[in-house]
Design a protein around this ligand. Structure first.
Ligand code: HEM
Length: 147
């Protein structure tokens, strides 16, 4: 997939994940699935844990997409140092964010951790947004032809 569409898909999935996280928090559903990494009934979804299950599935998908975008940025020969930097930072932030998510559950929604989880989500979104902008810029650069 072209790097700009990969980056754009990552941003859309991440935005939906953050929207869902906000809903979970505001609706008081944060501990409906009290275990990590799986809910008590295992890998399959169930009505009881559905919203948390979707949040975790979207987090795993986001993680894979962020890493794929970084790999695409690192191997693309038109990549600038800027897209390499923002995509590597996005990868570091997504790994931190998923780890924080696990801690939020383990420490039963400790207020400070929930706030850090939100703050890290915003930092992650900024890096993914910048990566998407840079990806559309490098996609415009004409392909170099061999002499
Ligand atoms: C890329 C990964 C993730 C992102 C971007 C993300 C983002 C968010 C956001 C924006 C919120 C709303 C926070 C608020 O309104 O204060 C949230 C809530 C939450 N997230 Fe995540 N999240 C991610 C991964 C995870 C993971 C892996 C877990 C682990 C199970 C998790 C567990 C939670 C929980 C329990 C809440 C609700 C906290 C509460 O009830 O106040 N998140 N998430």
């Amino acid at each position: 997939m072209a790097i700009q569409y990969l980056a754009l898909s990552t941003m859309i999935v991440l935005y939906s994940l953050m929207f869902l996280g906000g809903y979970i928090s505001a609706a008081g559903l944060g501990l409906t699935c009290p275990e990590w990494p799986l809910c008590p009934n295992g890998v399959m979804p169930s009505e009881e844990y559905l919203i948390e299950w979707v949040h975790r599935l979207a987090a795993a998908t986001t993680g894979a997409l962020v890493i794929a975008t970084m790999a695409a940025a690192l191997i693309n020969k038109n990549s600038t140092w800027k897209i390499k930097l923002t995509s590597c930072l996005a990868t570091a932030f997504v790994i931190t964010q998923i780890t924080l998510g696990a801690l939020v559950i383990d420490l039963k929604l400790h207020a400070l951790l929930v706030a850090i989880h939100l703050g890290m989500g915003i930092l992650l979104f900024s890096m993914v947004l910048l990566t998407t902008i840079f990806a559309f810029r490098i996609a415009k650069v004409p392909m170099t032809t061999k002499a």
